[in-house]
Design a protein around this ligand. Structure first.
Ligand code: ATP
Ligand code: MG
Length: 446
């Protein structure tokens, strides 16, 4: 490995030079080195150093703004040349007694200690422009072979921090790498211990896993991990469907996730859209399998999951639940009906719903797929026509508001919202023009 092989942003280079000129060791480390070795552009650069946080301040503080992001754990964020860099003192972690976080963080003077506590060989690589690559665990070779392998004994390393089980699958999904057989066996055996990991940490890795371009393979190949992270998915495993399907409910789910656009709420909705199917599977007199009401049950199951095992913002939850709840709705193909859906969901969520429908179609058997795909395509065209027409489909674009109605003698209060929505419906249904005097007249008749 020659010094030229990794192209570093000038800010990272300056930070490393400044630390070295004070006699400290400093390296770019982890994901940025891995991505550079793979020919991918790193999204951020982390630096590790023998300097303690106070020494990092002394060496860099006069030149660069420093944000104390995790000083206790040895991390300072340094802003240099328009970018920010996390600069972290070499660490040799203490014991892990709860399988989650190290009981204590101990600093080290030694790069080897720091690399040996990292999760996978591909991430336990460091690079210094003058000294070249530091790769004590064969990370570069594993990257070349496209293999994810723990640093050290897989079971021990995964038991120390069970989140690594999820991270192994997340990297497999993002990078298209496979798990080394010993690491894969330990991942499978220890998957249930993910239950001890904080919901926030699992959720962050789950989103990254879902966004990966190899997600379908990972969901199928490492299903034990998904069932531990998202327990209700286990009920879909091998769940036989009906003649509209060629995949069982779990494999169908994996296909729909992969066919969805890489937008976090759409992929999460895809993962959970059928999660209530096991609970409402019935077999009719004709022998056909039905899942009546499964969209609502799936939304309820997802809601309970978001309250317990996973943790996302209220806004994200709301958007995901909306998509799940409506994913199986029969949307009539008329302009007025499309406007009604627009009034209910807003344009971005309605477009996401159609994206989810298209992905869902891709997971169906031939006839059902073609019918669903064609219908979604027609609805998209109709939606474009409605939007281009600039016709009214929202309270904001109604030519009347609460103040106008109060001025005309209507009582303020909750009934005002109902009245405005009724006026919007009348406009959408063509019963009243979107024009203030017509709306005022109409408001006296309802
Ligand atoms: P990404 O490109 O997604 O940011 P990354 O490898 O930089 O990937 P991070 O989550 O940003 O991943 O973590 C930075 C580095 O810290 C990793 O490369 C790895 O060396 C180390 N690391 C992160 N989480 C763990 C963990 N749970 N156990 C051990 N090492 C970890
Ligand atoms: Mg990173």
């Amino acid at each position: 490995m020659t010094a030229k092989m990794i192209d570093m942003p000038s800010g990272a280079r300056d930070i490393i030079d400044a630390l070295m000129s004070r006699g400290f060791e400093a390296y770019a480390v982890g994901g940025c080195v891995r991505d550079s070795l793979m020919g991918r552009v790193p999204h951020d650069w982390d630096v590790c150093t023998s300097a303690r946080p106070c020494d990092v301040r002394d060496a860099l503080g006069a030149r660069y703004p420093i944000i104390p992001t995790g000083e206790k754990y040895g991390t300072l964020t340094v802003s240099a040349d328009g970018e920010t860099f996390e600069v972290t003192t070499f660490r040799g972690d203490g014991a892990y007694s709860d399988g989650r976080r190290p009981d204590s963080v101990t600093f080290s003077d030694n790069l080897a200690d720091d690399l040996s506590r990292r999760d996978f060989t591909m991430n336990a690589v460091a690079y210094n422009p003058r000294l070249g690559l530091a790769d004590p665990f064969g990370g570069a070779e594993d990257i070349r072979r496209r293999v994810i392998r723990t640093v050290g004994a897989p079971r021990a390393r995964l038991a120390e921090d069970a989140l690594r089980i999820m991270r192994a699958c997340r990297f497999a999904s993002e990078l298209g790498f496979s798990l080394d057989p010993d690491t894969a066996a330990a991942v499978k055996a220890l998957a249930p211990t993910l239950a001890n990991v904080a919901a926030e940490r699992i959720s962050a890795e789950l989103i990254k896993l879902l966004m990966g371009s190899h997600v379908e393979h990972v969901l199928n190949a490492h299903r034990e991990v998904l069932f531990a992270a998202v327990p209700p998915l286990a009920a879909l495993d091998c769940l036989e469907q009906n003649r509209h399907h060629f995949l069982d409910a779990y494999r169908h789910t994996a296909r729909v996730v992969a066919a969805s656009p890489p937008v976090p709420e759409v992929r999460m909705a895809a993962l959970l859209h059928d999660v209530g199917k096991a609970a409402c599977r019935t077999v009719g007199a004709d022998g056909d399998v039905h899942f009546y009401g499964h969209a609502e049950i799936s939304a309820e199951t997802a809601d309970a999951l978001f309250a317990k095992e996973l943790r996302f913002s209220g806004d994200f939850r709301k958007r995901v639940l909306l998509l799940i709840r409506h994913h199986n709705a029969e949307i009539a193909e008329t302009g007025a009906n499309v406007k009604r859906w627009l009034a209910r969901l807003g344009e971005p969520a309605f477009r996401q719903l159609l994206d989810l429908n298209a992905a869902d179609a891709a997971g169906h058997a031939d006839m059902a797929r073609e019918r669903r795909e064609a219908k979604t395509e027609r609805l998209r065209l109709l939606l474009d026509v409605v939007i281009a027409s600039k016709d009214c489909f929202s309270l904001q674009s109604l030519d009347i508001n609460g103040h106008d109605l109060i001025a005309a003698g209507h009582e303020p209060g909750p009934q005002m919202g109902r009245l405005l929505r009724a006026l919007l419906s009348a406009v959408i249904d063509g019963k009243c023009d979107n024009e203030k005097s017509a709306l005022l007249r109409y408001s006296t008749q309802i």
